[in-house]
Design a protein around this ligand. Structure first.
Ligand SMILES: [Zn+2]
Length: 226
């Protein structure tokens, strides 16, 4: 028990001494170079990490974190709640992490999520320029890195494009699949060049998590809980 308390204390100290950075990943975009594809060379076969700390571990959430999602329903398609619930359940089961939809909000600050909930909402490219072109959604987390080399996610956001991806069905991709992809970015996975995985930058019809996706989630969980 004491050991646990010491570890928690060290993480908090590291967080206080660090500066927050935002890392949002582009989605489903084939033509524009995406600087947030994942850290080059990180991860393993069929997966990459959004970012790794200086100690080499992927940055993700705490092992026991209750990751709260607040939904801003403005601009959402009718019937969004069911695919959202399914997406959260799928990600929780596959990852071992715990997302929880805690309610609705009018908050639209998708960028500054420092020590705040994961804000999930709908917007257009005028409001969120990252949604420009064929990008259907964005997802990522705000994280802190400490002087000891560790890193922890402390907030995040998911934005679905009202022009392209706000629909319940976009180019063959349904909203549930889109949200699963985005929530995996929030957990810390980047894109993979393996086009058979759900974390490929461009979706070519896959709706289930592939072996690489699952291996990546297992690696995040290992980093969070070891
Ligand atoms: Zn993506």
């Amino acid at each position: 028990m004491l050991g646990t308390l010491v570890v928690v204390g060290a993480v908090i100290v590291g967080a206080v001494a660090a500066s927050p950075q935002m890392d949002l990943a582009d989605l489903w975009e084939a033509t524009v170079v995406d600087p947030h594809d994942g850290e080059a060379g990180s991860g393993g076969e069929g997966y990459s990490f959004m970012i790794t700390s200086s100690s080499g571990s992927p940055v993700t959430w705490g092992c026991d974190a209750r990751i709260e999602i607040e939904v801003n329903p403005e601009g959402a398609p009718r019937g969004y709640a069911e695919p959202l619930t399914s997406a959260v359940a799928r990600v929780n089961e596959a990852s071992g992490f715990t997302f929880e939809v805690t309610g609705e909000t009018t908050d639209r600050d998708f960028d500054d999520r420092h020590r705040r909930t994961v804000l999930l909402g709908w917007a257009d490219e005028e409001e969120v320029p990252g949604l420009e072109g064929t990008v259907a959604g964005l997802g990522g987390s705000t994280y802190l890195t400490g002087p000891g080399g560790g890193g922890r996610a402390v907030g995040g956001s998911v934005v679905v494009d009202t022009d392209d991806g706000g629909w319940l069905g976009f180019g063959g991709i349904d909203l549930e699949v889109l949200l699963v992809h985005e929530l995996l970015h929030v957990l810390g996975l980047g894109h993979t060049e393996d086009t058979t995985q759900l974390m490929a930058a461009e979706n070519s019809g896959q709706s289930e998590l592939g072996e690489g996706d699952l291996a990546g989630l297992a690696a995040l969980r290992e980093a969070a809980c070891s």
